[in-house]
Design a protein around this ligand. Structure first.
Ligand SMILES: Nc1ncnc2c1ncn2[C@@H]1O[C@H](COP(=O)(O)OP(=O)(O)OP(=O)(O)O)[C@@H](O)[C@H]1O
Ligand SMILES: [Mg+2]
Length: 225
């Protein structure tokens, strides 16, 4: 059995079905701390289904999943919520910002869930890095797609998570914002953050050290050229 102290994610024989539709079929996957991994695959192949499980948003699966060495099946709901808030930054494809709340509140809300204190300086630095300083008082609902994307990245990073999971993080962005977001992932990776990206963008996928294709319910590693 694979078991390594450096493994962040260890998945063995994972199965996930919706009724009679078998989406993930005895899928196995390992990811180490500090790795930068991308997953591509046709629409409907199960990418979001897989990262919802990895991101501790869905616990309805068969097989084994260890996150940071912890068997997530054994965790109580409260422990899952705390682990997710503290160690996982999730960038949703559809942003999932609270439209009626300010950008500031959308971001800082995360620190409350994780029971974490973030200094004004750290928060300002992050906002500055993401180019959102001027929109902190705006309501999230009125932002452009690119702004929402950057705010959702700030929200995912505010607790300095062990793992950042991003579902189509550049799906709705123009070229300039795509480059911006892609540079941010590279710099986070250099700082030691583990990154797992699902994308249809070949250029973004190619930035990762390890690239996988999800097809017929399983992951296959894609080699160079
Ligand atoms: N909650 C659900 N109930 C029923 N079927 C579901 C559910 N979630 C996903 N599915 C189905 O599972 C399959 C995989 O969906 P999933 O969202 O994981 O695909 P995807 O690879 O992320 O696609 P895309 O690239 O379009 O985002 C699809 O056929 C989808 O209809
Ligand atoms: Mg999806």
């Amino acid at each position: 059995m694979e078991c390594s102290l450096t493994s962040l994610i260890e998945i063995n024989e994972l199965c996930r079905a919706f009724g009679s539709l078998e989406v993930l079929k005895r899928l196995s996957f390992t990811m180490g701390k500090g790795d930068f991994v991308s997953i591509m695959g046709a629409s409907g192949s199960g990418k979001s289904t897989l990262i919802n499980i990895i991101g501790l948003l869905d616990n309805t699966f068969d097989g084994e999943y260890r996150f940071m060495g912890i068997d997530v099946k054994r965790l109580k709901e409260n422990d899952i919520v705390r682990l997710r808030a503290k160690d996982i930054g999730y960038i949703f494809q559809a942003y999932h910002l609270i439209a009626g709340c300010s950008v500031r509140d959308n971001i800082l809300m995360q620190t409350h869930y994780a029971h974490k204190k973030v200094s004004e300086k750290e928060y300002r630095e992050l906002a500055d890095k993401l180019g959102i300083v001027d929109i902190l008082d705006k309501k999230a609902g009125v932002l452009s797609g690119g702004e929402k994307q950057r705010v959702s990245i700030a929200r995912a990073l505010i607790n300095d998570p062990t793992l950042v999971i991003a579902d189509e993080p550049t799906g709705n962005l123009d070229e300039e914002n795509t480059k911006y977001v892609s540079d941010i992932f590279e710099s986070m990776h250099k700082n030691g953050t583990s990154i797992l990206i699902v994308t249809h963008d070949h250029n973004l996928a190619a930035k990762a050290e390890k690239r996988y294709l999800l097809s017929e319910g399983r992951l296959t590693e894609v080699s160079d050229e």
